[in-house]
Design a protein around this ligand. Structure first.
Ligand SMILES: [Zn+2]
Length: 272
């Protein structure tokens, strides 16, 4: 599943390729990908608008058009491809944007879980999905005090809190495992028991892990690659996720499930 670093990588690749293109035509082969508005309205509004910027908020890609913002969530398997010439899209390509240069932007998704939403620029921050998102990892407002306040009544595991996108965005399962290992925090620690110092470390480690993953182009695990020909290399830099031996103390790594997600930790370095 693409997480923040992978989406960031896709964003950068798309920015280099299709910025300032005008969308001349849209073909939608699977209507459900368009979550809002209807696919007919979506087509009608998008055609003729220029792609002025491409941004990211949480795991949403934001195509900033003239009037509207096209939000795109890749979910499990969504991918974008830029095609130079007219090729016949495979059955996994669900949306095709024809651009003013004659090239095409394909949205492919083998599992069809990805979604697109089109909203007016003025409304986008006030409405779902963006209004439900927590702080970006590099937001200055993300401080130990902010977390202390958010977590004061939470007796759920800190691992679960890291995955909760309404507090801080971007820490998917792999990265949450890495962040807790770096901070020597047991994944089942009750969230409200973390000290201010531990929360400070947590924030630093979130930034550290995500920045490193972005630098390495994200993590290519199993079937996911961020875009055509783009392979992440963070999987070679993992310390604890899917590892057998702790790189720090050589203890055997333990795997448990927290909220259904595979959670790896070192019982020696991350005491409860
Ligand atoms: Zn260890």
């Amino acid at each position: 599943m693409p997480e923040l670093p992978e989406v960031e990588t896709v964003k950068e690749v798309l920015k280099q390729q299709i910025l300032n293109e005008t969308i001349e035509r849209v073909d939608i082969y699977y209507d459900k990908i368009i979550a809002y508005p209807t696919s007919t309205l979506f087509k009608g509004k998008v055609v003729g608008q220029k792609i002025n910027a491409i941004k990211r908020r949480g795991k949403w890609l934001l195509f900033v058009l003239d009037e509207d913002i096209l939000l795109s969530h890749l979910r499990m398997e969504g991918r974008y491809y830029i095609k130079e010439q007219k090729e016949i899209p495979s059955k996994h390509v669900h949306v095709v944007f024809t651009l003013s240069s004659g090239r095409e932007l394909w949205y492919a998704d083998t599992r069809k879980f990805g979604r697109m939403v089109l909203q007016n620029k003025e409304e986008v921050e006030k409405r779902a999905p963006l209004n439900a998102l927590g702080l970006e990892p590099w937001d200055e407002a993300l401080t130990p005090l902010y977390l202390k306040e958010k977590l004061k009544k939470k007796t759920i595991p800190i691992k679960t809190v890291l995955l909760d996108q309404s507090i801080v965005v971007g820490c998917g399962n792999i990265y949450a495992n890495e962040v807790l290992f770096l901070g020597k925090v047991h994944p089942l620690r009750k969230a409200n028991t973390l000290t201010k110092k531990e929360l400070e470390n947590l924030i630093q480690n979130i930034r550290l892990v995500l920045a490193k993953a972005i630098k390495l182009g994200g993590t290519t695990i199993r079937s996911y690659e961020s875009s055509e020909g783009v392979h992440g290399r963070f999987q070679n830099a993992l310390s604890i996720h899917e590892q057998e031996i702790c790189p720090s103390c050589k203890e055997k790594v333990i795997k448990i499930f927290v909220g259904g997600r595979g959670t790896y930790y070192c019982p020696n370095c991350q005491k409860k």
